[in-house]
Design a protein around this ligand. Structure first.
Ligand SMILES: [Zn+2]
Length: 151
């Protein structure tokens, strides 16, 4: 199993997410970014867990040591805490989280995998509500046009 950051949750094909573990707070973040994706993840997505207070404290301490703490959101800290406390590889393109993992010799890898054609570095962002979509010309949530955005 691997701990997946929110970029993976938003962009990976659902079947690649099945073996993943994510933090509960990420589900709320996905709901905000892409309500349609949120519905799919709730129905058939990865496992969602709550990191323990001890794990969050350890992730906080480690990121303070590397100087990355101020750049991390509370969701980022949850993701880091889950990875560090479970020992699972962290999948993230966030250089701050990568840096904390490297500092602790914890395994990590990027979200964008070579050789997997479905994986994208871009997503379609709604100009109206800001929702992230993987296909289409208009937003399925509010009907506004979509524009390409780098993740
Ligand atoms: Zn929209």
């Amino acid at each position: 199993m691997e701990v997946l950051d929110t970029a993976a949750l938003l962009t990976w094909p659902l079947e690649m997410l099945m073996q993943g573990v994510c933090a509960n707070s990420q589900l709320a973040e996905v709901q905000r970014l892409s309500p349609s994706r949120h519905l799919m993840l709730e129905a058939q997505g990865p496992r969602f867990d709550e990191p323990t207070p001890d794990a969050i404290a350890a992730a906080t301490a480690a990121s303070q040591e590397t100087g990355d703490y101020t750049g991390l959101s509370s969701v980022d800290l949850d993701v880091l805490a889950l990875a560090l406390s479970t020992g699972h590889t962290l999948v993230t393109d966030d250089y701050r989280m990568q840096n904390v993992c490297s500092h602790l010799n914890h395994p990590w890898r990027g979200v964008i995998q070579q050789g997997v054609r479905e994986v994208r570095s871009h997503a379609l962002e709604c100009v109206g509500c800001g929702g992230i979509h993987l296909q289409g010309d208009t937003c399925t949530d509010c009907g506004s046009p979509l524009k390409l955005r780098r993740l």
